[in-house]
Design a protein around this ligand. Structure first.
Ligand SMILES: Cc1ncc(C[n+]2csc(CCOP(=O)(O)OP(=O)(O)O)c2C)c(N)n1
Ligand SMILES: [Mg+2]
Length: 546
């Protein structure tokens, strides 16, 4: 047996059941031999993004693992690694390396030399004797502290060298260790929340990742505080709940905007509070409380008044207990806040109703979103957006209910991530209907992974907004390049392309056809058949931005 076999045995002992990959990397064969199913994507970036999708819906109970080849494979994977870094997703990336004595020789590509700015941890295996300790460090980094890609570069000759048959026996699986804020900070945070006249809870992806959604709901109830979720946190709080303000990235709901701009205490939980075009601004005048497990995220882009450094679930458990203690039997009435949210929401929705119920042809983007929202079993589905207008249009309007019924992503925001992300989510939850809403531009980046979905049986549905261009960019953007040279124009019969790749392609041109198409898609996916709905749509430019 060799080093790759040893790594495969360690992965197996860690409960890894499948490997996202693109040949060639000898680890793929070693994994197959120990019963870890390799699924080959059509490009390395997609394989990384599928691992990302798998990790996102597993809350650190299981991790996406990806193997790609040295040089071209490692280079091509980088976009996916960067995206997982942007969103703090814990994934294990195992790129092949060159021969050890070539690592510093130009023009050889080396992950340890090049991935530095976009990884949580990064090392190479330089001696077979280091495999167990490198893998222990990797799994410890996946399980502990903030998320992010963990990379172990597999130097070709080192990992091909013989090791003893019991080499993996020396591997010890690292445990999870969580920390929580000091009790004085919890006491102070609870007091701020209860003394606020207009508190808002800002829930980030860390609430989902730490499995703290029940505690979040309880804190909101006790303190009568409404909940806003970031894009990454979308689905951490049931958006059907009257205390939900909805989610926000670049766009958001009217009620979220109103409350975020008028709150006096903002309690951010499981959030890095990263300032990004794909996030709402933190109110300047509110008292800011931040919980994060990453010390480098504290006071990063914002002045934090009170820091709660630690695991979000442990923090929330402590906060719920302390808030209950300070309330001392008192019950906060949320009726006034609920009524205000409902009133603002009604006015905001009234403004959007003409688009959400539009009968126009080509289809209006918002009508497509309304049909998705109304024709899915939201509790048992997983929906994601792709980059650009699909994301900015759907985030405020799709109703996320149960944890992970929506996967919100994107700071570096790679076009085309939606397909592989949903394949990864489907691997984690084969019983859930997984839907990706993307544009025709995004399809160009990962459309061939519709074939991966069809071949692997991880059957997902893609709703493609086929508008022949980029609605993301306003008509005034790059007018000469656009009008004289057709930059951003494109065409495709995507249903036909999907059929050619083993999926079912459904073309939709009228609003009335959408419900049937979505119902067929759910049926077909449940039979293991991948689906692409080619929705002939418009260049809708209106966004719920404030
Ligand atoms: C890899 C990558 N390159 C470029 C971009 C910039 N970008 C964001 S949205 C967009 C246009 C997307 O067009 P399409 O998918 O057709 O969606 P539409 O805007 O038409 O709804 C581009 C180019 C990106 N997000 N990712
Ligand atoms: Mg488009």
């Amino acid at each position: 047996m060799n080093g790759n076999d040893q790594i495969a045995m360690i992965l197996k002992s860690e409960g890894v059941e499948w490997l996202a990959c693109y040949p060639s990397n000898p680890l793929i064969e070693s994994c197959a031999q120990v019963g870890i199913r390799p699924i080959a994507f059509r490009h390395e970036r997609g394989a990384v993004m599928a691992a990302d999708g798998f990790s996102r819906v597993n809350d650190r109970g299981a991790f996406g693992v990806v193997a790609v080849q040295s040089q071209a494979g490692a280079e091509n994977a980088l976009g996916g690694v960067a995206q997982a870094f942007g969103d703090n997703t814990p994934i294990l990336v195992l790129p092949g390396g060159v021969l050890l004595n070539q690592i510093a020789v130009s023009p050889n590509y080396s992950a340890v030399k090049n991935y530095g700015g976009v990884t949580k941890s990064l090392e190479a295996i330089y001696r077979p004797a280091d495999i167990n300790s490198a893998m222990r460090r990797a799994f410890s980094a996946l399980r502990n502290g903030s998320g992010g890609p963990v990379v172990v570069e597999l130097m070709t000759d080192v990992c091909a060298a013989d090791v003893s048959d019991d080499a993996a026996g020396g591997y010890r699986s690292p445990a999870v260790s969580r920390s929580q804020p000091e009790s004085a900070s919890i006491t102070a945070a609870a007091r701020h929340l209860l003394e606020a006249s207009r508190p808002v809870i800002w829930a980030g992806g860390g609430v989902l990742f730490s499995g703290a959604t029940n505690e979040l709901a309880e804190l909101s109830r006790l303190a009568a505080a409404p909940v806003f979720t970031t894009m990454q946190g979308k689905s951490a709080f049931n958006e059907r709940h009257p205390m939900s303000l909805g989610a926000g990235g670049m766009t958001t709901t009217g009620q979220a905007h109103q409350f975020l701009t008028s709150c006096d205490v903002l309690m951010a939980l499981g959030s890095s509070l990263t300032r990004t075009p794909y996030g709402q601004r933190v109110p300047r005048d509110a008292t800011l409380i931040q919980n994060t497990e990453d010390p480098t995220a504290l006071n990063k882009d914002e002045n934090v008044d009170l820091a709660l450094l630690g695991d979000t679930k442990l923090t929330l458990v402590a906060l719920v207990e302390e808030v209950a203690r300070q309330l001392d039997g008192d019950v906060r009435d949320s009726a006034r806040v609920e009524a205000e949210i409902a009133e603002i929401r009604a006015a905001w929705m009234a403004e959007w109703e003409p688009l959400l119920s539009s009968d126009a042809q080509p289809l209006n983007t918002y009508r497509v979103i309304r049909e998705i929202d109304e024709n899915l079993d939201n509790d048992n589905s997983i929906v994601t957006h792709d980059a650009g207008a699909p994301r900015d249009s759907i985030v405020p309007f799709y109703t996320a209910t149960t944890p992970h019924s929506y996967v919100g992503w994107g700071k570096t925001t790679h076009l085309g991530a939606g397909i592989p992300l949903m394949i990864g989510a489907k691997m984690a939850h084969p019983d859930r209907f997984c839907l990706n809403l993307m544009g025709d531009g995004a399809f160009g980046m990962s459309g061939t992974d519709v074939e991966t979905s069809a071949r692997s049986g991880a059957a997902i549905t893609t709703v493609l907004l086929n508008n022949g261009g980029m609605a993301t960019y306003p008509p005034a953007g790059f007018p000469t390049a656009r009008e004289q040279y057709g930059v951003s124009h494109m065409l495709g019969d995507y249903a036909k392309i999907a059929e050619g790749m083993g999926a079912t392609g459904i073309t939709v041109t009228t609003p009335a056809e959408l419900a049937d198409a979505l119902s067929s898609a759910q049926q077909l996916n449940s039979e293991g058949k991948a689906v692409l709905i080619d929705a002939h749509s418009d260049m809708e430019g209106k966004r719920s931005r404030f």
